[in-house]
Design a binder for this molecule. Structure first.
Ligand code: GRF
Length: 191
């Protein structure tokens, strides 16, 4: 008999296309994980409405006015109440505190649009083009206290083509992200 799927909580800040690809993959009959909750620091995030439409539990709270500690405590409680075992960051634009990361130590993963360790932080595609690189890509990694650090679990590469700008490259990388993240999350929850 198949093992019970591991309950994943997905944290987003916006569009949520990676979250959608994680949800779609979780609907396979033999999926290793299920998406138990989608949470956001941006109540207006488009991805939240999509998740709610799909019947997935959602949680939204802005840290503005309440501070990071209270905000993270509330997210932590919501995720635990939903039975979440592993957190997947998917376009979540906030740095989690050391306390939060310690509580979920080794159980938070992130997708970053570069071939780590290259280009941590923002504007990854513009930086790769400016550097004259001939390839770019995305990485899924374990989250630590340091930004875009932690063990890399898997990567996908794309070429940088003549005439690329940050938008055309981002679109090419995003297509790879949508395949990479569900595959690596599946391997991660099974390991
Ligand atoms: C993705 O490129 C992801 O790698 C980065 O932010 C973007 C989020 O896109 N961290 P989406 O919200 O998943 O569509």
């Amino acid at each position: 008999m198949a093992d019970t799927p591991v309950k994943v909580g997905v944290l987003i800040s916006g569009r949520g296309s990676n979250m959608q690809s994680l949800v779609m993959a979780s609907r396979a009959p033999d999926a290793a994980y299920s998406v138990a909750m989608v949470a956001s620091d941006k109540p207006e995030a488009a991805g939240l409405a999509w998740a709610a439409d799909q019947g997935i539990a959602t949680f939204a709270l802005s840290p503005k006015g309440i501070g990071k500690t209270a905000y993270e405590a509330a997210i932590d409680a919501a995720l635990r109440d939903a039975g979440v075992e592993v957190i997947a960051l998917a376009g979540y634009m906030r740095l989690l505190s050391g306390d939060f990361v310690t509580k979920w130590s080794g159980r938070i993963v992130n997708i970053h649009p570069s071939l780590l360790p290259l280009y941590k932080g923002l504007d990854t595609h513009a930086r790769a083009i400016a550097a004259g690189d001939d390839k770019a890509g995305c990485s899924v990694h374990i989250v630590t206290e340091q930004l875009d650090d932690g063990e890399v679990l898997g990567q996908a590469e794309v070429p940088i083509l003549p005439g690329d700008d940050a938008d055309t490259l981002a679109a090419r990388v995003l297509t790879e992200e949508h395949g990479l993240y569900p595959r690596i999350l599946t391997e991660f929850v099974r390991r």
